[in-house]
Design a protein around this ligand. Structure first.
Ligand code: ATP
Ligand code: MG
Length: 300
């Protein structure tokens, strides 16, 4: 089976962490090798399973492991690499006060989502053998920035690459005049830019591919509905399809007509409210047993 990536996204508090935990337990019960990844720095999975998790995967079932993204580590790593790159690029320009520049780098916009993207890339490379990877995502704003990151970065990189090419062509003309027809060495910056473009292109395509299943979690209420409409629109604008709507904490009242109308192209899964709460492995398994047919809607 081709690897499936299940993303659980949506407004704060609608039940992304709970529904991703239920889905992970359900799929691993069906003998699928599953990794549940806590991508939200708030890391609710420890409270749901009442266990400690960390950046190394913890096996909690025959086919289930849980891992937490260490956001601080990825921010630190990104900053360090950026600093090294700048130092290398400006090694002759001692006039610049680089240390001052480095001090403000950690406040640059986009840092958090970039760190998440690095963490995500690392997860999919490290765990390419898993059949299922379930991502418990942060609330709307950060997650939308995360998904937009490859698209936005590509716009920048392509612009930079074209500038670099222009500069390099001029340099080549000058050097040909100076040293004759001999080839000048390949531009390392251009190669780096090309590598980065390929990277982001792959991520963009992965998010758009059938392997990525986007579950938009909401509740049967006006506020989460309105936010979900906006989320769907933003994702559609960058070419990412919402596959399923999970109406969580569903009580036995009909869901509003406008929800069904707005999401007529999505599969709508109604996830009942559990008065027992959904904390601990046992409660989750009882919930799955009691709602077998509904939970089946979350696989495949
Ligand atoms: N189906 C359900 N039945 C009963 N309670 C639920 C259900 N789903 C979630 N809850 C409860 O709702 C609260 C919020 O759930 P959860 O933490 O999963 O949401 P979230 O969307 O991940 O929140 P955040 O945006 O903070 O990450 C928790 O107290 C959780 O136990
Ligand atoms: Mg959560």
């Amino acid at each position: 089976m081709e690897q499936q990536l299940h993303f659980f996204i949506g407004k704060g508090g609608v039940g992304k962490s709970t529904t991703s935990a239920v889905t992970s337990v359900h799929l691993s019960n069906a003998s699928m090798d599953t990794l549940l990844v806590s991508m939200d720095p708030a890391h609710s999975q420890r409270d749901i399973f009442m266990m400690d998790f960390s950046k190394t995967p913890k096996k909690i079932g025959r086919h289930l492991a849980v891992i937490e993204i260490d956001e601080a580590y990825w921010i630190e790593k990104y900053l360090k690499e950026t600093q090294d790159q700048i130092k290398k690029t400006y090694r002759y320009e001692s006039a610049f006060n680089l240390e001052n520049y480095f001090d403000v780098l950690k406040f640059s916009p986009g840092l958090e989502e970039y760190a998440l993207l690095l963490a995500f890339e690392n997860i999919i490379h490290t765990f390419s053998d898993k059949e299922i990877i379930v991502f418990d995502m942060a609330p709307t704003a950060l997650t939308l920035r995360f998904f937009s990151m490859p698209v936005i970065t590509l716009i920048w990189l392509e612009e930079l690459l074209s500038l670099r090419k222009k500069i390099y062509d001029k340099k080549e003309i000058v050097s040909k005049i100076k040293i004759g027809k001999k080839e000048i060495e390949k531009d390392p910056v251009k190669s780096k830019l090309e590598r980065l473009i390929q990277n982001h292109q792959n991520l963009k395509e992965l998010f758009m591919s059938k392997a990525s299943i986007v579950n938009l979690v909401m509740n049967n209420d006006t506020l989460s509905f309105s936010e979900s409409v906006r989320i769907k629109k933003r994702l559609t604008d960058i070419g990412i399809q919402v596959d399923r709507i999970v109406v969580n904490k569903f009580l036995n009242t009909d869901i509003a007509e406008d929800i069904e109308k707005e999401f007529e192209n999505q599969k709508i899964v109604r996830f009942p409210f559990s008065s027992n709460g959904l904390i601990g492995f046992r409660a989750i398994n009882e919930y799955i047993d009691a709602n077998r047919e509904i939970v089946m809607g979350l696989s495949g």
